[in-house]
Design a protein around this ligand. Structure first.
Ligand code: A2P
Length: 269
């Protein structure tokens, strides 16, 4: 809801920054993203999430959201689903520039470069809003220092849900600072499951059938050479974990880098 200019603003609880929305973009009826101001003291690593939300009846109503923007960017960006009866997203989807949002002061998470052992190819496997942390990672120069190739595998139900598709395929390669760095390295590999599309299959099916490798011109997933980050629904995460562990991959965590890491794409309501 837009703020009523005459109403006193509720105090922001100490665990949050109160930031101002600067831009809102509606991708589909189920998906939107927004940007907001960033406190000068707000620090995070590419791939981390924090609690975000709104004040509701004098209390914070918040959920975990991965940061879409890169740590070097001036503003913060987030990607969200819209659920008509969802406690937070039913309200958050109506935010407008000028509104205040709560941003948790302590970003955390496992989808960070330090949690992966050195490797050659980095696969970023997302469904739906699980793309969010990877949008930050593909704008982090260190990602390209550490890996020869960075392959984004984004699976959604409908073509319109391939959020940031033009940004990844057109804007990023043309970017003055990052373009050269990622030119030979960043590979975008989208798939759509419930509409006709050139690549119409779940990522798990593509890996099992071997078509991911043939499409990319790369060998099958191998824990010696490849590293994987996973971010999607519980079902996607469980299926990907099983598929990787059968191939000899081991899960990394803070202070224990290994060959893959996984995190839930949190907000479902
Ligand atoms: P599908 O259409 O075959 O269910 P959702 O919007 O439900 O989160 O799904 C986003 C995308 O993730 C859809 O394309 C969906 O495919 C896919 N998906 C859902 N569950 C899995 C899974 N267990 N493994 C791989 N892909 C999945």
């Amino acid at each position: 809801m837009p703020d009523d200019a005459s109403a006193p603003k509720p105090a922001i609880p100490a665990a949050y920054f109160g930031e101002t929305v600067t831009h809102v973009h509606h991708w589909t009826e189920r998906l939107f993203s927004f940007r907001c101001t960033r406190d000068a003291t707000m620090r995070f690593r590419a791939g981390e999430f924090t609690m975000i939300g709104l004040m509701n009846a004098g209390k914070p109503l918040v959920r975990a959201y991965s940061v879409v923007s890169a740590p070097w960017q001036e503003e913060l960006e987030f990607l969200s689903i819209k659920v008509q009866d969802g406690p937070l997203t039913s309200r958050l989807q109506h935010i407008q520039p000028g509104d205040t949002v709560l941003i948790g002061k302590k970003p955390v998470g496992t989808l960070v470069l330090d949690n992966l052992a050195p490797g050659e190819n980095l696969y970023l496997v997302a469904t739906g809003t699980g793309l969010a942390p990877f949008m930050s990672l593909i704008r982090e120069p260190e990602t390209y220092d550490r890996f020869e190739r960075v392959i984004i595998c984004h699976t959604v139900r409908q073509v319109a849900e391939l959020a940031y598709r033009d940004f990844i395929t057109k804007d990023l390669p043309a970017d003055e600072l990052l373009g050269e760095l990622l030119a030979e390295k960043l590979i975008y590999h989208p798939s759509v499951t419930r509409e006709p599309f050139a690549n119409q299959a779940r990522i798990t099916t593509q890996i099992e059938a071997g078509t991911l490798g043939t499409d990319l011109g790369l060998p099958d997933l191998d824990p010696v050479r490849d590293r994987v980050m996973i971010c999607g629904s519980e079902a996607l995460n469980a299926d990907m974990k099983a598929l990787l562990e059968i191939r000899g991959f081991t899960e990394g965590a803070n202070n224990r880098p290994a060959s893959y890491v996984v995190e839930k794409a949190f907000v479902t309501k």
